[in-house]
Design a protein around this ligand. Structure first.
Ligand code: SF4
Length: 384
């Protein structure tokens, strides 16, 4: 149930936060996706949405007394459906904010809606990093999950991305798609790296409940690689990236030198972030007590546009032990683990002191690769 945020003075006067903006529109739906989004119906709706979004962001900044936005990320959905005029207008509005000086500002885009004009407008408007949904270079795999666009459009867009965002562009790939094999993913990575991305996210395809993918698999209209085959496809992708010099710095993320995503790193290290837009979530940490306020907007764009303020979000108080668990869960997704200095200053104890026996047992093992197993043991120890 939507409720009043637990506004207390300790949640105000935050110095540095990140900002996530959710654009809940896509040109069409991919069968595997369970993100909150709707198909674009008309431009007027996009304009009204942006008006609501700016109101939401301004309100949150004032509500929490934010001094500085250090990283920002526009995700979705498909932010590139906004087109040139609207993205310029959104970036102009953000640029007017006194506290808005991100060291990294990412936008997600899909190749079929990210042409030269759009990417140039992003660059001119202050975006520093582009994240492209590539997913696969294998047409049968793409088509089988209803992924829009073609490999030709993808390659054209990657080429533009390399020109307009030469220092920082990321591409997402999926492992475990129908018709995919270890050879196919290895070839995907070879083709992708020809465009010199600074970062690659390699996700395992998950059959989410209630998606068309789940229906098709249940109806035997589509066959996915079995669990072992899917794991081996992901591992083949990982090995190809690591052999090419990419650093595996988070369970699904690989970077060239200096190419880590700073915004997502702040999630993994549980730094405070604000979230704006339907389905967006924010987490504001109270450093003094080691607790946090989490707010999540409901999955309803109409309700959001009617009254886009944080008071309509669902709020939850994360007590100290919940935040410790979440900090371990997020932190060990990351190559270096939780930030020791921050962990100790927040909780009065280090991560190592919370789970010494588990860490001793896992000294020589790959925690990122077997994260669930590691966390099961860590949480058992924590509760002993
Ligand atoms: S484009 Fe992205 S957000 Fe939209 S349906 Fe496909 S995977 Fe989901």
């Amino acid at each position: 149930m939507p409720g009043e945020p637990q506004l207390e003075s300790r949640h105000c006067g935050l110095a540095d936060v990140s900002l996530y903006i959710h654009i809940p529109f896509c040109p069409s739906f991919c069968d595997y996706c369970d993100f909150y989004s709707e198909t674009v119906k008309d431009g007027g709706r996009l304009d009204s949405f942006l008006t609501a979004l700016i109101k939401d962001i301004n309100y949150q900044l004032e509500f929490f007394g934010i001094e500085k936005i250090v990283t920002a990320y526009i995700g979705g959905g498909t932010p590139s459906v906004l087109g040139v005029r609207r993205i310029r207008s959104l970036l102009d509005e953000l640029g007017k904010l006194k506290c808005f000086s991100p060291v990294e500002f990412t936008i997600e885009a899909n190749p079929e809606s990210a042409d030269r004009e759009f990417l140039t407008a992003c660059r001119e408007g202050g975006i520093t990093r582009l994240s492209l949904g590539a997913q696969s270079f294998h047409e049968p795999s793409r088509k089988s999950v209803n992924r829009a666009g073609s490999v030709i459009t993808l390659e054209e867009c990657l080429s533009l991305a390399g020109t307009i965002f030469p220092q920082a562009f990321c591409a997402d790939l999926l492992a475990g798609l129908p018709y995919q094999t270890e050879e196919v993913i290895t070839d995907d990575i070879k083709r992708l790296l020809e465009f010199k991305p600074s970062h690659v996210s390699l996700y395992s395809l998950v059959t989410e409940d209630g998606t068309p993918l789940e229906d098709k698999v249940k109806a035997k209209m589509l066959t996915l690689p079995d669990t072992d085959a899917a794991d081996n496809i992901w591992l083949a992708g990982k090995n190809a990236l690591v052999s090419a010099g990419f650093e595996h710095y988070e369970i699904s993320n690989f970077s060239a030198k200096g190419g880590r995503c700073l915004h997502n790193t702040r999630y993994w290290l549980m730094d405070s972030w604000l979230g704006a837009g339907p389905a967006a979530c924010g987490t504001v940490v109270d450093e003094k007590t080691g607790t946090a306020l989490r707010f999540t907007y409901v999955h309803d764009t109409d309700a959001y546009m009617k009254n886009p303020i944080i008071h309509n979000a669902v709020c939850e108080h994360l007590d100290r032990i919940t935040l410790i668990k979440e900090s371990l869960l997020m932190g060990y997704r990351y190559m270096e683990g939780p930030d020791s200095r921050k962990f100790r200053s927040r909780f009065g104890i280090s991560a190592e002191e919370c789970i010494p026996r588990t860490l001793e047992r896992w000294k020589e093992k790959d925690k990122m690769l077997y994260l669930n197993k590691f966390l099961t043991e860590a949480f058992c120890e924590l509760e002993m």
